[in-house]
Design a protein. Sequence first.
Length: 219
Amino acid sequence: MKEKKDNRAPLFAFRYFVYDFIKIGVFLTSWLWFRPKYIYESKEAKLRLRGGALVLSNHTSFLDPLYLIYCLWYRRQRFVCMKEFYNSKLRGLFFRLVGCIPIDRENTSFDSLRDITDALKSGEVVSIFPEGHIGWTGDVAEFKAGAVLMSSLSGRPIVPIYIKKPARQFFSRLTFVIGEPIDITAVYGRRLNPQKMQEIAESLRENEIKLKKLSGEDK
């Protein structure tokens, strides 16, 4: 039987080319500038990510996606971003080329959830900012429950990361605090009602605050 040809392959290959080009540029130009420091919550947190995973991070800057690319330099990531970013044709083309997944913050569609869960199930790393907006004050805002649903539907773990925003000075240091993977399905099961998902989201937020304290930012 003749194997069906995947017409998307050239697009995927070019997407990886664009993504890797950006990643290499970020890595080479920022190594000396940021002098990154890595703090791990435990021995399990030190292990490199294998297979699909949903990365959750705080959001205090437009540069956070680039920071996460730098943090997990050994894995490609697909970022969940606001659908408003696609209103501009040129900007929308760029986000598609680097594999971003658009989502409506107010009304998450089935198509968006399917795209995210399919990516996770296929072994990709998907990164999301569960606060849903940039927190300019540096406080960890309430987490949206959508990330819990994505992890539950895909059966893939959540990996929490806290980014300590660099100080406003020359050669300021960038710090990443990487937490233990959290298997939502194993801990809470697959049948989650909206109230339970919100409770889990609050638990994830509290865990993010714990990672923030490990970064030394509150000292």
